[in-house]
Design a protein around this ligand. Sequence first.
Ligand SMILES: [Zn+2]
Ligand SMILES: [Zn+2]
Length: 352
Amino acid sequence: MPLIEYSDRGLFCARGDFYIDPWKPVPRAVITHAHSDHARPGSAHYLCHTLSEPLLRLRLGPVSCQAVAWGSPVLMNGVSVSLHPAGHVIGSSQVRVEYKGEVWVVSGDYKLENDGLSGVFEPIRCHTFITESTFGLPIYRWQPQSQVFSAVEDWIGRNRAEGLTTVLYAYSLGKAQRLIQQLSMPLFAHGAVYNVQEALRAAGVAVPPVEWITPETPKERFKGQVVIAPPSSDDSPWLRRFIPYSLGIFSGWMQVRGNVRRRNADAGFVLSDHADWDGLLTAVRATGAEQVLVTHGFQSAFSRYLVEREGLVAAELQTAYGDEEEGTAASGGAAAPTPDAGPGTTPPTLNP
Ligand SMILES: [Zn+2]
Ligand SMILES: [Zn+2]
């Protein structure tokens, strides 16, 4: 019996009688992070990292939840379960499961670049590694975030000079905190972003202040300023109050030319909370795992690469996880590379 297996409710550890990021309600759920495709409502009991707990409660309401620090094992029916930094968003964790010397690690979502907020991805030796593969194609290679943010600041400066408001679409858990931390200027925020910010502040995370946009905030105050909004506010009446504005989006999918136009954005910046191709390979190799199971993303291509080029035992694992936080639901995992995409197309593309 494998230590962790697929079930119709989610990844299941029968020996320990718990699920990891289940997509249907279960008695015991171990949660990697608070994104809605990984942390779903209805389970009787949750286990997650200390900093995921306030976000879980914000999104799921008052749930029964045990919060643990990284590297503190919890025994479940004789199976040792511990959480380790995944570097994806605040509180995000890999789940290490050990029984009688056999070790499995479930990555959840992860990235290797240190964003200064989410903890530093920790490679964990294991026999079997269950990895995501959101960007598991070689065309996805990220620039250092410092370069991306300096391009963003230049662009904001140009908008300001033209009297335009800058609207930045950033998923409310993850990219929003990165922008708020990196942009050293006053920021306005949509309620969804503001709420996450306040939940983190209440949990003791030092997040810089942002101003919540209420119906009473006078329109004139937005001129030349910067607004952080979730991608879900696309095409909403809420957005109209910022006219004239220039719209920027942040996503790994921006690596593929054409996605900026498809989203009607004025600028697209290649920024992701997921590992790029090199990051995925580096992470897989660092585990020393002889078996790798590949979940959401380009799982078919990535697992085939691991078999053929890395000499591993690897296979696809179908799950119900998605990539909502990348903010391009339309393209999603189906964001197949277009012919004009290539490793050389990394700079942020600015429409005239
Ligand atoms: Zn996620
Ligand atoms: Zn995910």
